[in-house]
Design a protein around this ligand. Structure first.
Ligand code: FE
Length: 446
């Protein structure tokens, strides 16, 4: 069974990554940062967590305001470093833990946290700034010539704390409590450390830019350790008044605290205010007792409840996180056909377009053969099929019939309006052969 071995708190200011990349460890201005993170690095070295679950916020790098979510869990298999304007830092991608992330996602949904999920998005300094100093990539002893690799795997949990409304401190704390249940019910024997990033006091915008409050930071650290419920009651304006508006991101720490036992053992804590942000590091060892009696089995049963029985529905394949991650490249290839230039390239030379893609041989063949049923079995979601259909001039009804293994004619006989054929194609395409109706006279069948 997976267990939470402790919580790590760390600021995620870009100065940390800057100091690491330019090796400023002997510069008196930067040395305290290295000293602060030294014990964290040592703790990770000694306790060897398999996975870091990292609660962080993206700084409008990979998550923009065209779709901004509150709680977003990274379910992908690997994580690249984001380019935040001046080129990405020279760090290798870090391996994810897709199976654990999937379990956590399912568990949080069961506990009525309506999560969003991401993959294929690079992570910015919110994650990699502290990561690069607390557990830097190393060359494996068994492979001295190999490239450096991260000593842990990462499950990122991104919080949208930059566009109000944002989750309340209370909600972040409760999410942590649900996270604990999620991790502790994962069957594999994994040691997980929950990392919370952000803060402490700082404000980086407006006339109040440069605001700090070391007294509040000290009080926050103390209250966080001993009586986090008090912090969970605070409003965002109260956090902003005491610690600066951007400093209010410390509500993310409460998710880590909620995942730990009520009593924790603090084994490390530092605070340093070099410039704009109070940089804190801390380690809290978990004092949790093992789950009692039927706690885990009851929870797992509840997690399974919603889809229990769906496996008996023949020809039915719920598009779950497992399929989504496994067939991600295939769905992404088909999704990109909504861009006119991409579908023009596809139509001009399909074989070349498929050959240049990152799809597997099987996936290329499934598309080339228009194997609609095979595509579904492989993990494509139907709504990508209808896009491909629109591009190549196949109606939705042709696709439905093919998935059933029937001729169009046989399938159409089962419909109330057997003559109704349609697709999601818009004005781009000339009327396909199956559509005899001139556009002005056509009526969209429902
Ligand atoms: Fe931040």
């Amino acid at each position: 069974m997976a267990r939470i071995i402790g919580g790590i708190a760390a600021s995620h200011t870009p100065t940390i990554g800057f100091a690491v990349d330019r090796d400023k460890r002997h510069d008196p201005v930067w040395a305290p940062i290295f000293e602060a993170f030294g014990p964290v690095r040592q703790w990770i070295d000694e306790r060897r967590p398999d996975v870091l679950l990292m609660v962080y916020n993206d700084h409008v790098t990979s998550f923009f305001f065209d779709h901004y979510s509150a709680f977003t869990l990274g379910v992908g298999e690997r994580w690249d470093v984001a380019d935040e304007g001046g080129g990405a830092r020279e760090l290798p991608a870090i391996e994810g833990h897709a199976a654990l992330a999937r379990h956590i996602g399912e568990s949080l949904m069961t506990d009525e946290f309506d999560m969003s999920f991401f993959q294929d998005k690079p992570l910015d300094h919110g994650c990699f700034s502290p990561l690069s100093i607390m557990c830097p990539p190393v060359v494996a002893a068994t492979d001295a010539q190999g490239p450096p690799a991260w000593p842990v795997r990462l499950v990122p949990l991104q919080m949208g704390v930059l566009q109000f409304p944002i989750p309340t401190a209370r909600r972040c704390y409760r999410l942590g409590q649900a996270l604990r249940r999620a991790i502790e019910s994962y069957p594999e024997d994994l040691a997980v450390a929950v990392v919370a990033t952000g803060g402490l006091s700082h404000q980086v915008h407006g006339e109040r830019a440069g605001f700090n409050n070391p007294e509040w930071d000290a009080r926050f650290l103390e209250t966080f350790e001993r009586d986090p419920e008090r912090l969970a009651e605070m409003t965002q304006a109260e956090f902003a008044e005491l610690g600066g508006l951007e400093g209010a991101e410390v509500i993310m720490w409460l998710t880590m605290r909620g995942a730990l036992s009520a009593q924790v053992r603090r084994v490390h804590q530092t605070y340093y205010l070099p410039s704009m942000t109070g940089i804190a590091t801390a380690i809290y060892e978990n004092q949790a007792m093992p789950p009692v009696a039927g706690e885990v089995s009851r929870h797992r049963a509840r997690m399974a409840e919603q889809l229990a029985g769906a496996e008996r529905l023949t020809g039915t394949y719920p598009f779950d996180l497992g399929r989504s991650v496994r067939a991600y490249r295939l769905n992404r290839f088909l999704h990109r056909l909504i861009v006119p230039a991409n579908r023009a390239r596809f139509l001009a030379d399909e074989a070349a377009c498929l050959a240049a893609s990152d799809l597997s041989e099987t996936e290329r063949e499934l598309i080339a053969r228009r194997d609609w049923r095979g595509l579904i079995h492989h993990g494509a979601i139907f709504f990508m099929l209808e896009k491909l259909g629109a591009v190549v001039g196949t109606s939705n009804l042709h696709i439905y019939a093919a998935m059933r293994g029937e001729s169009l004619e046989t399938f159409q006989k089962t419909r109330n309006a057997p003559g109704a054929l349609y697709s999601v194609a818009g004005k781009d395409r000339a009327a396909p052969a199956w559509d005899a109706t001139p556009p002005s006279a056509s009526k969209a069948p429902a």
